[in-house]
Ligand binder design. Structure first.
Ligand SMILES: Cc1cc2nc3c(=O)[nH]c(=O)nc-3n(C[C@H](O)[C@H](O)[C@H](O)COP(=O)(O)O)c2cc1C
Length: 243
């Protein structure tokens, strides 16, 4: 069994969530009954920005700010694969999601410090991370936004995944034809356009490949656990894949 967590980075139930649902549906189809999916939306949630107090370094990674961060952090830690679906905001990811990611990265140094005898480093979590980004326009930040998420994956010791050639070079993308409505993509689902075909195929491929890669990593971790467990950097990964 693997868990695929879809994180919708939009403050509304709109185009990001629509594409994320397509990706999660494709993930489940990889191995029915073996792939559990959950969609978590940041809609209505509060993620205050990191205040750089460094308290998470000496509190087993607990963040001093109490809001929806703790809930999403636990879901993030449990997941085998994470698919972010985000609207492009000012050529990048929305501030709420950035605040979550900033706090996640720093708090995990504290959480895992005991594994590394107090040294500030992060484990190789080896979660699969995929990205979907859509915006109002073309050439308006989708790739930058996906790159933000790929960088987050690398920093967190995770494995970025993309879909297939040619619609998903580094992630899936779409545009809403210069309309700002929340249901633009859903309403265009059957419009026969190349843009929608690319968006839907890209999103589904991200979901499918993310689930497949998570299954591969799980099997690999189980097969190599004897060797990997010598190195504490793999301990959270092994704990997860060995249940
Ligand atoms: C604050 C803000 C900034 C935005 N910046 C961009 C941008 O840089 N590039 C772009 O293509 N669209 C931009 N948009 C448009 C949204 O990405 C677009 O409407 C998207 O479809 C919203 O997704 P959602 O329906 O999931 O919320 C911006 C929207 C907002 C509210």
């Amino acid at each position: 069994m693997i868990k695929v967590l879809g994180i919708c980075g939009s403050p509304r139930k709109g185009n990001s969530q629509y594409l994320l649902e397509k990706a999660l549906e494709a993930a489940r189809q990889v191995a029915p009954g073996e792939v559990i999916t959950e969609l978590y939306s940041i809609r209505g949630k509060k993620f205050a920005p990191c205040i750089s107090c460094s308290r998470c370094g000496d509190q087993q990674g607990e963040c001093i700010l109490k809001d929806d961060f703790q809930e999403l952090r636990e879901k993030w830690i449990e997941a085998d694969a994470i698919i972010y679906s985000v609207p492009v905001y000012h050529m990048g990811i929305p501030a709420q999601l950035k605040a979550f990611i900033d706090r996640l990265g720093n708090s995990l140094f504290g959480r895992y410090a005991s594994l590394f005898e107090g040294e500030a480093t992060l484990p190789k979590s080896l979660k699969v991370i995929g990205a979907i980004a859509q915006g109002a326009h073309l050439f308006s930040g989708q790739e930058h936004t996906i790159t933000d998420i790929i960088n987050h994956a690398l920093v967190m010791g995770c494995v970025p995944v993309t879909g297939d050639m040619w619609e998903a070079y580094i992630g899936a993308g779409a545009w809403t034809y210069n309309e700002s409505g929340r249901n633009v993509l859903e309403n265009k689902e059957n419009d026969g356009s190349l843009d929608m075909w690319v968006a839907l195929r890209g999103a589904a491929a991200i979901g499918r490949r993310a689930a497949e890669l998570a299954l591969i990593l799980k099997a690999g971790g189980q097969a190599l656990s004897g060797r990997l467990k010598q190195d504490p950097i793999y301990r959270p990964f092994l704990d997860r894949v060995q249940g």
